[in-house]
Design a binder for this molecule. Structure first.
Ligand code: M6R
Length: 608
């Protein structure tokens, strides 16, 4: 997703600071980069397609001078990736420069209106519309806050916008209208950026912003105004204890490889927080609920799929996994009761489909809860109670350790709620606790046992362009997650479904050697053996991921059985996803794809 940022400073190297933020936002957008600074009456705008480092080098961005500057990293939505569509953009008279993040859904209509009024719009990018709309109203009022206020009314969409004008070269302006944005406060300099972690090397003092606000900052002041009526809103700064630590690949070739291995440490840390009082509030809210909607997108939705099994079976809370974008369509006529909660699961805490759910459900009276990885995110701020999954920074676009910790946190919450409600005896809780505390060792063993097999299978499947992944009961979510990983970083078709469903149509795809991966939990042998046989007898290629289940190996050829360590039914889905992550990774490398940066994708999706 695009990232926008700006710095205004009394003195110092503006380019250096802008690039610190840009490098930390690069996970959001990679099609192009642009910076604009102001010096001695001139705006210097440089932008092009490419990675941060390639554009910095080609355009000498590190030489840019001035006391004020803005920048943008683009992930294309409106207009192809190209130099002309890169941001920031000038307004007609080149006195105003600005950039946006998000989507202007009224792009064609607003563009036509502005062109009819004489604006010269040169790109196909909706960010340019924001600049011209602000220019139109600035020219009438000679006031940038009013210029932005008027501009907002010309457009429909969800976005954040940042700009500065030659007339006020010591002031940065911005607005938050649905996309994330934060103010950072430094010593003799201030910042605006799409997220808090991007400014942490510069400051830990920040001011959170809400939708519908316009911001005006100088090197030592900040003001917030209502975008509705221009009235000033007072808000004190906060201090975060988040660290500025940045992820590095270290000895690994890819972030993805590193993050798969980091599951050992991530699960260990989370497991030992099982009884921590930081979870008390969330446990209480869930224990008090009759119905929990578990809302997530992509991998986070897949974690909800396993999570609902835990909450239904251990906690006795009726739990329904719902895809983020679907909640407000499907449940729009449900009247919330005090015993209904929505648990929003999002690594970033910024995914637009999740924010849409909250914006729809909160005013209706639903209780909003959150499970997030990035502290200080929008989901955190909009939730009555929340918990961190504590997976650390995840850089690879493909989620691995965050997915695993989401599932583990679901298990911990379900165990705590079940114990609190008396659904689980003290003895059962103790046993489960011991298993959870032991999980990182099993994760480590699963990784070590699976690497070579995954490499070998990746070679064999390197020409395959379709496969199926089947899960049953508790492992259905694992099949969904495995298929998403394989599709996401291999650009092939990998279809996941409930294993008993396969015979109801999809079975017709099976021919000689067609790969079907079964994820089998220990107690599901009875049904799954039949499902495997149905493929085996049609000359398909069943591949099994599961613990050593007597007799199951007879149905697959040697090498096609990924044996995971022995554990209980509840732990097995957490282990079973690992061979699939490794398979996706090595298949991707076999195909010559960089698994960290799959084409067309962005780590955080802040658009509809
Ligand atoms: O930040 P979120 O957890 O809300 O992100 C949701 C999805 O966009 C994300 O899980 C996506 O599916 C991953 N790239 C999958 O690997």
């Amino acid at each position: 997703m695009c990232g926008i940022f700006g710095v205004v400073a009394k003195k110092g190297d503006i380019a250096k600071k802008l690039l610190i933020i840009a490098r930390r936002l690069q996970y959001r957008g990679y099609d192009s980069l642009g910076l604009a600074t102001y010096l001695d009456g001139e705006i210097d705008l440089r932008k092009d397609m490419g990675t941060v480092e390639s554009v910095v080098e080609a355009l000498k961005l590190d030489n840019m001078k001035g006391n004020i500057g803005i920048g943008q990293l683009r992930w294309s939505t409106f207009g192809k990736p190209s130099k002309i569509n890169a941001q920031p953009h000038f307004a007609c008279d080149k006195d105003l420069v600005g950039a946006h993040n998000g989507n202007i859904v009224s792009f064609y209509q607003t563009k036509e209106n502005l062109e009819n009024e004489g604006h010269n719009i040169i790109s196909q990018n909706d960010g340019e519309i924001c600049v011209h709309a602000a220019e139109k109203h600035y020219n009438k009022t000679k006031d940038m806050v009013k210029g932005i206020m008027g501009g907002i009314k010309e457009m429909e969409g969800a976005f954040a916008f940042i700009c500065f004008h030659k007339d006020t070269p010591e002031t940065l302006y911005a607005t938050k209208m649905g996309s994330s944005l934060v103010i950072g406060l430094g010593e003799g300099e201030n910042y605006i950026a799409s997220d808090l972690p991007s400014i942490l090397p510069l400051t830990n003092k920040y001011v959170p912003l809400n939708d519908g606000e316009i911001i005006e900052i100088t090197a030592d002041t900040y003001k917030i105004y209502s975008a509705k009526d221009g009235s000033e809103i007072k808000r004190d700064p906060r201090v975060t204890d988040l660290s500025a630590e940045e992820a590095v690949k270290g000895k690994y070739d890819y972030f993805l490889t590193k993050e798969i291995y980091e599951q050992i440490e991530a699960t260990e840390k989370l497991a030992y927080g099982l009884e921590s009082d930081v979870l008390d509030e969330l446990v209480d809210k869930l224990a008090n609920a009759d119905i929990a909607y578990l809302v997530g997108c992509g991998s986070s939705f897949n974690a909800c799929n396993v999570g609902s099994y835990y909450l239904n079976n251990l906690a006795g809370v009726l739990s329904i996994p719902v895809i983020g974008g679907r909640f407000f369509e499907e449940f729009k006529n449900i009247k919330p009761t005090d015993k209904m909660v929505i648990l929003n699961v999002s690594q970033s805490g910024e995914t637009k489909d999740i924010i849409n759910t909250i914006n729809f459900a909160k005013p209706k009276g639903f209780h909003i809860l959150g499970m997030i990885n990035v502290p200080g995110s929008t989901v955190e701020r909009m939730s009555e109670a929340y918990a961190y999954i504590g997976a650390g920074i995840e850089r690879s676009v493909a989620a691995t350790k965050t997915y695993t910790n989401q599932v583990l946190l679901f298990l911990i919450l379900a165990a705590r709620v079940g114990h609190k409600k008396g659904n689980i005896s003290d003895k059962e809780f103790e046993e489960l606790k011991n298993e959870i505390h032991n999980i990182s060792k099993l994760v480590e063993k699963t990784i070590n046992d699976s690497v070579d097999k995954a490499k070998q299978l990746a070679k064999e499947l390197s020409k395959t362009d379709a496969m199926s992944l089947l899960g049953y009961g508790i492992t259905h979510g694992v099949a969904l997650e495995g298929a998403l990983k394989i599709r996401e970083i291999n650009y092939i078709s990998a279809e996941a479904m409930y294993s008993s469903e396969f015979k109801h149509g999809p079975l017709s795809i099976v021919e000689d050697g067609y790969p079907v991966i079964y994820i089998v939990a220990p107690e599901d042998k009875y049904y799954v053996t039949s499902h495997i046989s149905e493929v085996e007898c049609r000359d398909g290629r069943p591949i099994v991921i599961g613990e050593n289940i007597k007799g199951l190996d007879k149905h697959v050829k040697p090498g096609d059985y990924f044996e995971i360590p022995k554990s209980s039914q509840l732990i097995s889905p957490i282990l079973a996803v690992i061979p699939l992550q490794l398979l996706a990774l090595y298949m991707s490398i076999e195909r010559g794809i960089d698994p960290d940066y799959p084409r067309n994708l962005s780590k955080t999706l802040t658009v509809d």
